[in-house]
Design a protein around this ligand. Structure first.
Ligand code: PHE
Length: 340
């Protein structure tokens, strides 16, 4: 029996030492010291032991019991200590580590180009005007000399909210709103930057994009003033070497109308893929304000004349920065945006 106790002692000490979590210790406690535990069994069997051995066996078994209880408790504390240390290691704050870098925001390239455009035209004596993005059919088309059912409406297929209200397909409605408000005062000299919307969606067209409109109305405004203004704009925006070219075109709200090209910014007029080997890039529409538009806005076309132009900001930004897909402006990818 004494041998058995010794064996038990050896085995118990080993398993306690090897325990790796509190649950294992609980199990060991039950195994040796529980109601049906191995040491408990020895203590219960005292009646069957030889008389002369009883004191010694009793003493040894009780000693072992106390010893194991102590060892288990000690091991439990060790494990707790270890657990605490591990947790500390995991959670501790190392103030010497480099911090997570903050991404510093910057202006969107569309905003930058918009501001440059504003600067150029403000420098030429224009003032900034604004109009609503959700606009009446009247200002978007009718007052711009595009009657209901007129095929020219197809040039700007927009998003309708009701049959009379739509997302403006261009910034031209601001021309009429400004003239209505200012008439009969002269001169009118405004630019109107803002968002516009069209049912278009590909690498060079987006359903939402930006335009800037220009309008000058006064006595004696001629086509030469328009051309001079646009020439200055092209040089300020794209460089001193810039030339512009005007081609006859059609807009219902200007007469005569022109499509305006700048010499290709990629090849400087040599001819390349961007300009389709013409040496020119179309960047805006312009013309002399149609007499019907002046009249409906409250000015007398016999007395005053005006010019107007409208251009897409994205187009300018794409040419200026060499961006070939308009969608890149809207995906908020800082790898792209941080280049400008
Ligand atoms: N509104 C025209 C467009 O969006 C551009 C334009 C503006 C043309 C002013 C002439 C005069 O295409």
């Amino acid at each position: 029996m004494l041998k058995k106790i010794e064996e038990l002692e050896r085995q118990a000490k080993e398993t306690i030492k090897a325990a790796t979590d509190p649950k294992a210790l609980d199990d060991l406690k039950i195994r040796y010291l529980g109601k049906r535990g191995e040491i408990t069994a020895i203590l219960r069997s005292m009646g069957q032991q030889p008389e002369d051995m009883k004191p010694l066996i009793g003493q040894k078994a009780n000693e072992l019991k106390d010893q194991l209880e102590g060892l288990i408790e000690q091991k439990r504390q060790e494990l707790e200590e270890l657990h605490r240390a591990q947790k500390w290691e995991e959670e501790k704050l190392d103030v010497t580590l480099p911090g997570t870098p903050f991404l510093v925001g910057r202006k969107h390239p569309i905003t930058t180009v918009m501001e440059e455009l504003k600067d150029i035209f403000i420098g030429l004596g224009f003032q900034v005007a604004e109009g609503p993005e959700v606009e009446w059919d009247y200002y978007s088309f009718e007052a711009l000399n595009i009657p209901v059912e007129h095929p020219a409406r197809d040039m700007q297929d927009s998003f309708y909210i009701t049959s009379k209200i739509l997302l403006r397909p261009h910034t031209s409605p601001v021309q009429v709103r400004v003239m209505e408000e200012k008439q009969p005062e002269l001169p009118v000299r405004i630019i109107a930057p803002g968002k516009v919307f069209r049912r278009d969606d590909d690498a060079t067209h987006s359903p939402m994009f930006h335009q800037i409109e220009g309008l000058a109305v006064d006595r004696g405004i001629t086509f030469a003033h328009l051309k001079g203004t646009l020439q200055v704009f092209a040089r300020e925006m794209f460089g001193e070497q810039q030339n512009i070219r005007l081609r006859p075109s059609y807009f219902p709200f200007t007469e005569p109308s022109a499509e305006v090209d700048i010499s290709c910014v990629m090849c400087e007029g040599e001819g390349c893929r961007t300009c389709e080997h013409t040496g020119w890039l179309e960047i805006l529409g312009a013309g002399m304000v149609h007499p019907n538009v002046l009249k409906i806005s409250g000015y007398d076309p016999a007395e005053v004349t005006g010019f107007a132009f409208g251009m897409g900001i994205e187009r300018i930004a794409m040419l200026k920065y060499g961006i070939d897909d308009i969608r890149l402006f809207y995906v908020n990818d800082h790898r792209m945006l941080s280049q400008f």
